[in-house]
Design a protein around this ligand. Structure first.
Ligand SMILES: C[S@@+](CC[C@H](N)C(=O)[O-])C[C@H]1O[C@@H](n2cnc3c(N)ncnc32)[C@H](O)[C@@H]1O
Length: 358
């Protein structure tokens, strides 16, 4: 199951990668994914043999990037296995599987997730209890995240091992969350998969030996610092939906904190600098122009929807500042939500734009 994430390019991968290879004729060099989200495109270019630089403002996305790009051999968890008695299990050959099995069998705990996001736990302090997870799953998440946090604080695991375990946890949480596609709100009735017990599985890894860098910054700032690269891919948000609000529960897992929560849906309090200019109709065109102006690359590709804040003509004008733009309509199934208020339109098109920088 692909991660439920607005704009996840998983289903469009072959189309995007084929077009990029066809237009650039490149099979090596550096590929930069400035708004990497689930890292689907960055990972595709890792598999194709490119050096890859990925970036996203989300902490959860930063975690996926560290796991997917920076881990390039089977993780051994040496220190952890020396420090913590994790029973050998003949079913599992690899330390990673052994560690996941250990985390899966931890006894439940009643901590932050139980108190804030499960019906029974949140009923103790909220008039309208939150229903993001079953009581059982919330307690399992508490047990697992507390253990990962403890291991990291005591240096039993390093930063990449932590990112890998958290990525497994975020994948598992994503499967059983009682939501319609984003964490903007929970569903009134249980989504059938939300009733399944949470289980950690291996996060999909791919080992290679090229150069990889991961960043967690505003893309417009980052491009000013990056050296020249062959290909830059841009996939910014195109609506008013702020990703850190829609994925606040994944953010809390990635930060490993217990933040103060706001309102009925229990979102994290947000700092003004955390909002994205691309989510405002007025600011988005200027943000894109600034980004395109500062990119140092031979080839620039942009994914954008005809439903987005920036019009097709504005995009063509902006890209024309660096060369002669081209574009293709990408047949696609729009982000599907089972929330009746979200329109599941098929009339919208996703476009892939390209400019060879002159
Ligand atoms: C359309 S999604 C990218 C989806 C991604 N290509 C994938 O396949 O999963 C847009 C991403 O841009 C990130 N974002 C929004 N504003 C940003 C900014 N100013 N700088 C960096 N990342 C930003 C969001 O957190 C979100 O992950």
């Amino acid at each position: 199951m692909a991660v439920r994430f607005i704009g996840n390019k998983q289903k469009l991968l072959s189309l995007i990668t084929n077009k990029i290879i066809e237009k650039t004729g490149l099979h090596t060099g550096t590929f930069v994914d400035l708004f990497t989200g689930t890292t689907s495109v960055a990972m595709a270019f890792k598999k194709l043999g490119f050096n890859v630089i990925s970036n996203d403002k989300l902490e959860s996305s930063f975690n996926f990037s560290k796991a997917g790009l920076l881990i390039n051999k089977e993780p051994q968890f040496h220190k952890l296995l020396n420090e913590v008695e994790i029973p050998f299990n003949s079913l599992f050959e690899q330390p990673y599987d052994l560690v996941l099995d250990y985390l899966n069998s931890l006894p439940e705990k009643q901590e932050f997730f139980y108190k804030e996001y499960s019906p029974q736990g949140s009923a103790e302090h909220l008039e309208e209890p939150r229903k993001y997870f079953t009581d059982y799953n919330a307690k399992k998440i508490d047990a697992i995240r507390t253990e990962i946090n403890y291991w990291f604080e005591n240096a039993f695991i390093n930063d990449n091992e932590r990112a890998l375990l958290l990525s497994s946890l975020m994948f598992a949480v994503n499967k059983v969350a009682n939501i319609s596609g984003t964490y903007g709100a929970y569903l009134k009735n249980w989504y059938p998969r939300a009733l399944d017990p949470l289980k950690l599985c291996r996060y999909p890894l791919f080992y290679s030996n090229k150069r990889y860098e991961v960043y967690n910054e505003d893309a417009n700032n980052l491009v000013k610092k990056l050296a020249h690269s062959e290909i830059v891919y841009i996939d910014p948000p195109y609506t008013k939906r702020q990703y850190n609000a829609y994925y606040h529960i994944l953010e809390t897992l990635a930060y490993g904190d217990n933040p103060e929560l706001l309102g009925k849906t229990g979102q994290r309090a947000r700092e003004a600098e955390e909002v994205s200019a691309y989510c405002y109709k007025k600011k988005a065109p200027d943000a894109l122009l600034d980004l395109i102006t500062n990119i140092k690359a031979d080839h620039v590709f942009l994914s954008y929807s005809t439903d987005g804040h920036i019009s097709h003509q504005q995009i063509m004008d902006i890209l024309s500042t660096r060369g002669t733009p081209e574009y293709w309509a990408v047949d696609f199934k729009r982000f599907k939500s089972n929330n009746p208020k979200e329109k599941n339109g098929s009339d919208l098109k996703e476009l892939l734009y390209y400019v060879k920088v002159i």
